[in-house]
Design a protein around this ligand. Sequence first.
Ligand SMILES: Nc1ncnc2c1ncn2[C@@H]1O[C@H](COP(=O)(O)OP(=O)(O)OP(=O)(O)O)[C@@H](O)[C@H]1O
Ligand SMILES: [Mg+2]
Length: 238
Amino acid sequence: MTKVLEVTGLEGGYGSVQILNGIDLYVDQGEFVTIIGPNGCGKSTFLKVLFGLTTHHKGSVLHNNIEVSAWRTDRLVKRGIAYVPQVDNVFPSLSVNENLLMGGINMKSDEITKGINRACRMFPDLKSRMNDLAASLSGGERQMLAISRALISNPSFLMLDEPTAALSPRYQKEILANIDRLRNDGISVLLVEQNARLSLARSDRGYIFSNGKVVFSGNAKSILNDPDIGGYFLGVNT
Ligand SMILES: Nc1ncnc2c1ncn2[C@@H]1O[C@H](COP(=O)(O)OP(=O)(O)OP(=O)(O)O)[C@@H](O)[C@H]1O
Ligand SMILES: [Mg+2]
């Protein structure tokens, strides 16, 4: 099976500060893969290194068998990779519609319209808010907008950093269900999540990070059902 992403021995961080201490991870075509782990263990840093936003020190990153480590973000977007950051993922002073247009910079207007229509189908709540400022959206609506904006570029591989953090259970479920459905459109997904139980329940596989390393990886259901891992990372016995 083609691997959308194949990371081997990745080291990286912020300038000379090393945070990632040799990560091995892959995402198969059509997979939904979740990364969990304690605060500060390097989950966000990992996605940022992959997306060319912070320093790659060492190791290989293959996207569809092409080496893309340390590529610039705009080149990665052209290859079909998209990313939804953990924070500051919408422009509050722009309208919903303008935010979506920003996701389609350098794209033809009919392609942008297609992307916006898809966003409205995916998140009907956004449709009635098109002319409102993003600042006026609820936390859940902001995440929906951030995901929709990332999808305007019509990616085949989407990375998301904690899209359900601090949301109500209703929004958490709705957003994760929509991310899961992206696979029907041929989009492979790599998700960093605090809501480990909810996201692993929908994932194919999971990785547990600690201190800039992968400490466990495996089938998502078996992670959910492993009493040791569950007790420690998923808060089952606490
Ligand atoms: N811009 C930065 N410059 C220097 N160090 C940073 C920067 N951003 C994060 N770090 C450090 O990198 C380490 C990993 O942070 P990171 O944000 O990747 O963790 P995380 O696993 O995403 O945590 P969380 O679950 O809280 O989002 C932390 O020690 C953090 O202090
Ligand atoms: Mg983070």
